[in-house]
Design a protein around this ligand. Structure first.
Ligand code: SAM
Length: 301
């Protein structure tokens, strides 16, 4: 792979050259839709605001279009690629693992905290993630990213546009879901670009968006038990058109009296619909559940 990267034509032609020269075809099974649009690649770099004191973890580097730009800006890049051939190509291009380290691995089985620990040194001040994600794995990868709240500065990820809308949806809005609450509990999320299918080869059959997650050092609300909080949120959104008192009885498999008591304690009317609750109301509600007798039953689920 050469270091050239100027103009849309060169990225497209480079991707085609690399595929042809290495007798590769994009694999649908690995969600391989390579970025061919320099403007979008540059947008990822500017959204991630990368400097020489950053350790950047890239998920799914593919043919390396983003890796090349990250390497030019970051102190170090660790890129995790599952595809044997692509990982081998990249390892050959980047022989110095002190600068760009290619991990031939499944991101879902990768211990991110271990990567962070093994790269801990004075010169590294921030840990960032940048990725054009394999869309089939967006949810489990996002869950892994959010779990890094304490260690990670930020993440800039390409996802399906509908997914991006749900990640960034305001409470009570049409797109708000349990995912919105889950994301916004750990990060400030914003869409930094909407991306056409023409920016990829091959073209995906969905529209895309770039989302920046600025990780929060402390959650926006105080909850006694995060697992219980998320269980309450998921249960409340489970049956969108039903009253929250019924969705909670059903979703948490709790007695009606216990649900009524928690709702009363939290000051939330049971006749409201789950998706109208704000993050502070979810926190009050889950803390109220924490204090009722059935809490043991919920947390053991
Ligand atoms: N970053 C490249 C780009 O923007 O052109 C490629 C992005 S492509 C959408 C997703 C990449 O993730 C592919 O290279 C694919 O092989 C890789 N991938 C898919 N599943 C993976 C997994 N479980 N672990 C690591 N990489 C994976």
């Amino acid at each position: 792979m050469s270091g050239r990267c100027c103009g849309k034509y060169s990225t497209v032609s480079k991707i085609f050259e690399l595929l042809k020269a290495n007798k590769l075809a994009p694999l649908k099974s690995l969600s391989q839709n390579f970025l061919i649009d320099n403007n979008i690649l540059d947008k990822i770099i500017s959204s991630a605001d990368i400097s020489k004191s950053d350790l950047v973890i890239e998920i799914g580097p593919g043919l390396g279009a983003l890796t090349e730009r990250l390497a030019a800006k970051a102190g170090k890049v660790v890129a995790i690629e599952i595809d044997n051939k692509l990982a081998a190509l990249l390892s050959a291009q980047y022989p110095d693992p002190g600068k760009v380290e290619i991990l031939h691995a499944d991101v879902l089985k990768t211990d991110f905290e271990k990567i962070i620990r093994s790269n801990a040194k004075k010169s590294v001040t921030k840990i960032k993630i940048a990725a054009n994600l394999p869309y089939s794995l967006t949810t489990p990868i996002l869950v892994k990213i959010l779990a890094l709240r304490g260690s990670l500065d930020s993440a800039v990820i390409m996802v399906q546009r509908e997914f991006a809308k749900r990640m960034t949806a305001a409470p009570g809005s049409r797109d708000c879901s349990s995912l919105s609450v889950l994301v916004q509990f750990s990060a400030k999320a914003e869409i930094t670009a909407v991306v056409s299918e023409n920016s990829f080869y091959p073209k995906p059959n969905v529209k895309s968006a770039l989302v920046r997650l600025a990780m929060l050092t402390t959650p926006p609300v105080n909850v006694f038990d995060e697992n219980l909080f998320f269980a309450v949120v998921r249960a409340a959104f489970n049956q969108r058109r039903k009253m929250v008192k019924n969705t909670l009885v059903h979703g948490l498999e709790m007695e009606k009296t216990a649900v009524d008591s928690a709702l009363l304690k939290a000051g939330v009317s049971g006749t409201r619909r789950g998706e109208t609750l704000s993050m502070p109301e979810f926190a009050l509600l889950s803390n109220a559940f924490f204090n009722v007798r059935e809490v043991e039953k919920i947390t053991q689920k």
